[in-house]
Design a protein around this ligand. Structure first.
Ligand code: SF4
Length: 333
């Protein structure tokens, strides 16, 4: 056996692996001179969701998305909401289901989905399987959506996100200290991913910030995060402030009060962001889309359901203002 190590270049963790060794994410294994995805094409879950659940509010609103995930993760968030799949030891391979890319696309078509989402666990670590599905999906007229923490190297970032029609990137906080202590990652690669996607011509971007009481929810941090999004992703990038519910290693941290999310929305709007949403908490108007020009109610939502969508050809029917996003399916670029 070769005992020298090689570095994995999929994510910034840059694990040094001996032959046969698994990386931190638990799904990349060194085989000779390569670091491969193993297991390949085994799913921890497949379900039909509303696209609003990803969350994506400006990408094919009201449509269904076939969502799938595998196992493992390249971060170690103490508040992980999917820890039962991000930690392989609690979800052995032999209980997983092998599903080929062809089968995934066929299921999406049969179930009437408009898109396929790579979600539940971070698609960065299983990007080869994602790319195989996305290529077939595109040929079948289906869109592809990545839900990711964006913790990727430049190489993986380009390969993965340029193949997506939409992405929601989880910007977990706006301090490197939070990333180090709560996720065992760093913030800069995530910011680099957001900037990269924001500049892609054919990939719609939305951002989610999960607000955890006492850890990342100060008004100063929310303002700094919002200003960064405004300056680097643009005022039209939808931003979702999402409520935390106790999970995994943060079972004793209280849930996020709705007032914190409302305050965050006010701050983000005050710096100039035009589409700001509240998630995981019921709030009148918290998930509705309004015209940034005349204020007309454009999409009325009730949880993940759409009650009414008045956007016509991507525009406000009242004043004609163009609304940022993708409102009809034209896959094939
Ligand atoms: S993808 Fe996995 S093995 Fe590769 S550097 Fe990241 S955590 Fe390590």
């Amino acid at each position: 056996m070769n005992t020298t190590t090689i570095r994995c270049d999929i994510c910034p963790r840059a694990c040094r692996l001996k032959d046969g060794e698994r990386g931190f994410c638990l799904v990349r294994v060194r085989h000779g001179s390569e670091v491969v995805l193993k297991p390949y094409a085994y799913n921890s879950g497949i379900a039909l969701d509303p696209i609003e659940k990803k969350p994506l509010h400006h990408f094919l609103p009201g449509t269904s998305v076939l969502s799938l995930g595998t196992i493992g993760c390249n971060l170690a968030c103490r508040f992980c909401q999917n820890w039962n799949i991000s930690k392989k030891e609690s979800h052995p391979e032999d209980r997983m289901q092998h599903t080929s890319a062809e089968e995934i696309v066929r299921m999406a078509l049969e179930q009437g989905a408009s898109s396929i989402a790579y979600t539940y666990n971070d698609p960065v670590t299983w990007f080869e399987y994602v790319l195989e599905i996305a290529e077939l999906a595109r040929e079948a007229g289906l869109a592809s959506v990545a839900v990711s923490a964006g913790y990727a190297t430049e190489k993986t970032r380009k390969l993965l996100f340029s193949a997506m029609d939409a992405a929601n990137i989880d910007l977990k906080a706006f301090t490197d200290n939070f990333y180090r202590t709560m996720t065992s990652g760093r913030i800069q690669p995530v910011l680099d991913t957001i900037q990269y996607i924001a500049n892609l011509p054919n990939t719609h971007l939305e951002i989610t910030n999960l607000m955890i009481p006492g850890l990342n929810d100060s008004p100063e941090e929310t303002r700094a995060l919002s200003e960064w999004v405004f300056n680097n992703a643009g005022r039209d990038t939808p931003l979702h402030f999402s409520g935390f519910t106790p999970h995994y290693k943060l079972m004793h941290t209280p849930p996020t009060p709705t007032e914190t999310l409302l305050r965050a929305r006010d701050i983000a709007r005050s710096v100039g962001l035009r589409y700001v949403y509240i998630g995981n908490r019921h709030s009148a108007n918290g998930s509705n889309t309004h015209c940034p020009s005349c204020g007309a109610l454009l999409i009325e939502r009730d949880g993940y359901s759409i009650r009414r969508n008045r956007i016509s050809e991507g525009k406000c029917p009242q004043c004609g203002c163009s609304i940022s996003g993708t409102f009809s399916l034209a896959i094939g670029h």
